[in-house]
Design a protein around this ligand. Structure first.
Ligand code: HEC
Length: 154
């Protein structure tokens, strides 16, 4: 009996860890280069926190919703690859890769709008970011578009 209780407790502990793991389980999407490019953004103001050239990519799961402007299905991943700007006589080009902000749809995580938010270094290590303060502070403005700013290009 004691053994069974212990076993039950151990199972519970593992299950709890698994749930916790999915909450912050956003790992770097290694295959982001196979995603569809949905837009770009250039912020030339050096004092801006997001200074750089941004390219946005969406995985297959979210492409339909993106095109139709619908709510995104769980598992949708959108990656922003941010490059430093190399300027040469009015020509702006991508310099060194700076970092990757990533959002992944997980409707169970209500407190951050049903998305997981993270940012990764160029070698795929998670940076210390607070989703509310560092991401939703801006993305809340497009809550009605399921927190996604980008729209299909005309
Ligand atoms: C200063 C405001 C601001 C902050 C802070 C911010 N973003 Fe964004 N983000 C934007 C804007 C604006 C766009 C869309 C630009 C465009 O339309 O070209 C964007 C685009 C994105 C995209 C592409 C999908 C979309 O919404 O168009 C991702 C992914 C993204 N951000 C992730 C993040 C993550 C993760 C964080 C936190 C680590 C973050 N962002 C913080 C303003 C912000």
């Amino acid at each position: 009996m004691k053994k069974m209780v212990l076993l039950a407790l151990a199972t519970l502990a593992v299950a709890t860890m698994a749930i916790g793991g999915t909450q912050q389980g956003l790992s770097f999407p290694e295959d982001w280069r196979t995603y569809q490019h949905i837009g770009s953004l250039i912020i030339t103001d050096k004092n801006h926190a997001l200074h750089g050239i941004h390219h946005f990519y969406i995985n297959k799961k979210g492409q339909d919703a993106f095109m139709k402007g619908e709510k995104y299905p769980d598992g949708t991943i959108i990656v922003d690859s941010v490059y430093e700007i190399e300027e040469n006589g009015g020509i702006l080009n991508e310099g060194r890769l700076a970092f990757f902000p990533v959002m992944k749809k997980n409707s169970r995580i209500k407190e951050t709008g049903g998305w997981e938010w993270a940012a990764f270094s160029p070698d795929g290590k998670m940076l210390d970011k607070d989703p509310q303060k560092d991401c939703l502070s801006c993305h809340d403005a497009v809550k009605d578009a399921d927190y996604v700013f980008s729209k299909p290009l005309k």
